[in-house]
Design a binder for this molecule. Sequence first.
Ligand SMILES: Nc1nc2c(c(=O)[nH]1)N=C([C@H](O)[C@@H](O)CO)CN2
Length: 117
Amino acid sequence: MDKVFVKGLRTSALIGVFEWEHEQPQPLVFDLTMGWDQRSAAATDELQYALDYDAVSKAVIALVESRPRQLIETVAEEVAQLIMERFQVTEITVSVSKPQAVAAATTVGVEIHRSKS
Ligand SMILES: Nc1nc2c(c(=O)[nH]1)N=C([C@H](O)[C@@H](O)CO)CN2
């Protein structure tokens, strides 16, 4: 299937298992790859037939910054479910990186893939 992607989407989140992590926001960075048939958008040249990556990005930032969570797995799943429901996406890969989590690593994170069969 065709894809629409968003890479390196920066958010500021209260995220982590430690108490201080719920007081001090830290960056979470998202890579999203979404299945989307591009033919209608290409044939009409109209945004209404495209998966609007700007609207997707704003929705992800609003969701991530809406409340504290412990695990990045939780936020990855919530992002996948939100995009699938709100934007009628049937297939998505969500990668979440937490660059300040492990001092010795450039970044750490999780990646999930969800699809509606
Ligand atoms: N698989 C995960 N491992 C860990 C997480 C997480 O969200 N998923 N979180 C932490 C802590 O919050 C850590 O980031 C603090 O540095 C540890 N392991």
